[in-house]
Design a protein around this ligand. Structure first.
Ligand code: ARG
Length: 461
């Protein structure tokens, strides 16, 4: 059964049919297509193109088909070409010729764009929930480490002490922005293309705004040609999922480092780690690595779709059938990665002793010395130079900054009195950082409260 063929003699070549078929992946749009059919049937009835009895029969058949799709008693066959073809077959099986009335004023072009928008809006809500769960797990760990010192890094070199809670929260903020992006995306996704027909709208008295309302869209299309050719909602969504993939990858990379012998900051729960088939001692952070690895396919999906779209003349071109698999793959990938990451983070044990021991080493308090000199009136340029000389001395002596004798301090600069030792503790470095957004325990507590409130609001939205 095909939706076209009147003008053709003989059937399609096997090679064409095999290339053309999409039902093996677009079948997941079936229930959204049926929802669109219900709305379309009502509009045809309002337009006087179906009588009330016909409308009743069609709606009942659609309900029956919907249940059959849900329970798997109605399945597509490969001859169906796509989801729309399969569902028309299902309708004809139930209604005979009456089933053929539903296609009036409608094209697969406006249908497929509608189905995909509906599918994505639904799935974006589940995606948002999974993001919130990961953000929650990070935030709960952060709450335990508001004043746990850690060696903050740039270039993977010890830079300045930070609190580990601050560090964990630094992974929550990107996720909060992802949530915000998904909500903002929905504004543009919530536009119904149904009624655009193939490209020109319909000469039949349809009611696109009524259809849009029934399907939960914010409004209906403003331009029928744009309605069937626009895939911005796909590209934007794939950008958001690619960026989310990058965020998960950066977090994953840190977990890989933190669980290494060299760092030893974090111990994963057995349930969220894997072993080796040959090395009995191994405990690997495979979840974190898979999160890092899967960023590649999420980024790839965005590149696929942008490249597919870039040369397309308006309106619909068959190239656009390639829009769906990257979306489905992104949704499926994130539905696997996010809960695994959330479980791994929620159950990991943070080695406070190792973090605290690592925080002051590698001259991470050198900036404190320079800032102290500035407070004594030394220009920062000179303070930086003096501190650099002190670090050079320590490097030669193989000692830490606070281990230098009073005489040696004075030999570097007369400004370096023994008073400087007061700032040479991690505790003083952290508690000096009191301004909003900085790493001191005070501002981190404030940040934590704000993040918890934001997450609570996301759970309600
Ligand atoms: N399977 C097609 C797709 O996903 C449906 C639209 C087909 N439209 C057409 N004019 N051939 O894009």
């Amino acid at each position: 059964m095909k939706l076209w063929g009147g003008r053709f003699q003989g059937g399609p070549a096997e090679a064409l049919a095999r290339l053309s078929v999409s039902v093996h992946f677009d079948w997941r749009l079936a229930r959204y297509d049926i929802a669109g059919s219900r709305a379309h049937a009502r509009v045809l009835a309002s337009a006087g193109l179906l009588d009330p009895d016909e409308l009743g029969q069609i709606l009942a058949a659609l309900d029956d088909l919907d249940i059959a799709v849900e329970t798997g008693t109605f399945r597509p066959v490969i001859e169906d070409e796509d989801v729309h073809t399969a569902l028309e077959r299902g309708l004809l099986e139930r209604l005979g010729a009456l089933g053929g009335k539903l296609r009036a004023g409608r094209s697969r072009n406006d249908q497929v764009a509608t189905d995909l928008r509906l599918y994505m809006r639904d799935n974006a809500l589940q995606l948002r929930q999974a993001i919130v769960e990961l953000a929650d797990a990070l935030t709960e760990q952060a709450a335990l480490h508001v004043d746990t010192p850690a060696p903050g890094m740039t270039h993977v070199q010890h830079a300045q002490p930070v609190t580990f809670g601050h560090w964990l929260l630094a992974h929550v903020h990107p996720l909060l922005r992802d949530l915000d992006r998904l909500q903002d995306w929905d504004k543009r996704a919530a536009v119904s293309p149904l009624g655009a027909g193939a490209l020109a709208g319909s000469g039949l008295p349809l009611d696109p705004p009524a259809v849009a309302k029934e399907l939960g869209f914010r409004e209906s299309f403003a331009n029928s040609m744009d309605a069937v050719s626009d895939r911005d909602f796909v590209a934007e969504f794939l950008f958001i999922t690619a960026l989310l993939g990058v965020h998960l990858s950066r977090l994953g990379e840190e977990i890989v480092l933190w669980t290494s012998y060299e760092f030893g900051w974090v111990e994963l729960d057995d349930a969220f780690a894997t072993g080796s088939s040959i090395m009995p001692q191994k405990k690997n952070a495979d979840i974190a690595e898979l999160a890092r690895g899967k960023a590649g396919r999420l980024i790839g999906g965005l590149v696929n779709v942008l490249t597919m779209l870039k040369g397309l003349p308006l309106t619909y071109d068959r190239d656009m059938q390639e829009d769906k698999e990257p979306v489905f793959d992104a949704i499926d990938t994130l539905a696997l990665v996010l809960p695994a990451m959330a479980g791994m983070i929620a159950t990991m044990t943070v080695r406070v002793d190792r973090l605290a021991a690592s925080a002051p080493v590698g001259f991470s308090l050198a900036t404190e010395v320079a800032d102290w000199l500035v407070r004594q009136g030394v220009p920062f340029r000179d303070a930086h130079e003096i501190t650099g000389q002190l670090v050079a001395l320590c490097s030669v002596r193989e000692c830490e900054l606070h281990e230098v004798s009073d005489e040696d301090l004075l030999s570097v600069s007369p400004h370096l009195t023994s008073e400087v030792r007061n700032v040479l503790t991690v505790r003083s470095a952290l508690s000096a950082r009191t301004t909003p957004g900085s790493t001191g325990p005070g501002p981190v507590s404030d940040q934590l409260v704000s993040v918890q409130e934001q997450l609570k609001a996301w759970k309600k939205s």
